[in-house]
Write a protein that binds this ligand. Structure first.
Ligand SMILES: [Zn+2]
Length: 170
């Protein structure tokens, strides 16, 4: 079979809208509401599996590992370890749009700023949460870096109450 690039010299493009800015639908909103309510009190809740003993954050109904019901809830630490990270390209005015807006123009990010997306395994959890690392330069981040939660000043019982993580400095 020939290499696909020999057969198709040009990338096929299709016109269309891709709405990734809309709301996310969760299978069990009460489960996530409980999680969000915990965040309001700076508590990060996970579910504990009675079968394999894993703690999953945010909580889940069924263990993906051994398929048991995870009725028990536990509170995990707001301190954890970076397990994976991605550093964005520098943001530049007029280069991209997020939800139809220019993130630099709206002041969401600064010109030339880079955003660090991280996966964090909180102490006491066996899963990762995905969030943003702030208060660190891109060259400072590494797998194994210890970080702690950055909470919203006025928490409202929403997922955004847990704003980001920052380096744990002693
Ligand atoms: Zn399990």
């Amino acid at each position: 079979m020939p290499y696909i690039k020999e057969e198709r010299k040009e990338t096929i493009s299709v016109e269309g809208d891709w709405d990734i800015g809309g709301s996310t639908t969760w299978k069990d909103s009460t489960l996530l509401q409980g999680y969000a309510q915990g965040l309001k009190e700076k508590r990060i809740i996970g579910s504990l599996c009675p079968g394999c003993g894993k703690v999953i954050v945010p909580p889940r109904n069924i263990c993906g590992r051994c398929h048991r019901k995870m009725d028990e809830k536990v509170v995990v630490s707001d301190i954890g370890t970076v397990t994976c990270f991605v550093i964005s390209a520098p943001f530049a005015k007029g280069k991209m749009q997020v939800l139809g807006m220019d993130p630099v123009e709206t002041g969401l990010v600064g010109e030339g700023e880079r955003v660090i997306s991280v996966y964090v395994k909180l102490d006491g959890a066996d899963s990762n949460i995905d969030t943003e690392l702030i208060g660190a330069k891109p060259e400072e981040v590494y797998v194994g870096m210890r970080v702690k939660a950055v909470w919203a000043k006025e928490r409202q019982g929403k997922l955004s109450d847990l704003e980001a993580v920052e380096p744990l400095r002693d």
